[in-house]
Design a protein around this ligand. Structure first.
Ligand code: IMP
Length: 204
């Protein structure tokens, strides 16, 4: 595949998270160009996520690896936005209360901070932004969200992170109660990936 004198024999997805990578490969499986992880591309990188938005962080990650390798690179950034507390933890979702604090504690803290919130005041969403950085400097981004409300108690054992507290009224389940295949179909990351796939088809 060739565009403006650039050849794409692979796309790097800048993540070292195997769970994300499996999901990405599943969604992009019939793509004409193979998608490889950082590990598969033989790259070790510790990138500081110092952006103020999901978009900025995704672009920082994708651009850093693109510049290091000269390859078309994708990266994502995601998190939980809770409207009642000014869209916290947002881009700090992984770092909220400290990177090593168990999610049972983080989730309890969010539930406690919403003591006074009822019904729609509990609105929240998972957000995912994927950025693609091309060696010629082009940048494309795609965003996906899954809307819900903060549950009154943790529910469900699937998934990770804040999954037990994002209740999705449409399915009467938290994302932690959803089977992984089902969550992938409706998730912020799934939506952003499918949108990115469409956008890339127009760019490559
Ligand atoms: P990052 O995108 O790898 O920087 O991680 C973002 C953080 O947001 C994760 O560590 C989780 O705390 C949270 N998060 C993002 N997506 C999900 C999800 O699907 N379920 C639960 N938590 C999530």
């Amino acid at each position: 595949m060739r565009i403006e004198n650039q050849t794409f024999d692979k796309i790097i997805f800048a993540t070292s998270n195997q769970g994300k990578m499996d999901e990405i490969k599943m969604i992009m499986k019939d793509s004409r160009i193979p998608i490889v992880s950082l590990k598969e591309a033989g790259i070790e990188a510790d990138i500081e996520e110092n952006g103020r938005t999901f978009e900025e962080n995704a672009v920082i990650k994708a651009k850093t690896i693109m510049e290091l390798t000269g390859c078309l690179t994708l990266a994502d950034d995601s998190g939980l936005e809770v409207d009642f507390i000014n869209k916290e933890p947002g881009v700090y979702s992984a770092r909220y209360m400290g990177e090593d604090t168990p999610y049972s504690v983080k989730n309890r803290s969010i539930i406690d901070r919403l003591k006074e919130a009822e019904g729609e005041e509990r609105s929240a969403r998972f957000v995912c932004v994927i950025a693609a950085c091309f060696p010629d400097g082009r940048t494309v981004t795609a965003k996906g969200t899954i809307e819900g409300r903060i549950a009154y108690e943790e529910r469900g054992t699937h998934g990770f992170g804040y999954d037990p507290i994002l209740y999705v009224p449409e399915y009467d389940k938290t994302t932690g109660e959803m089977e992984p295949e089902f969550k992938n179909q409706i998730s912020h990351r799934g939506k952003a990936l499918r949108l990115m796939r469409e956008k890339l088809e127009g760019e490559i």
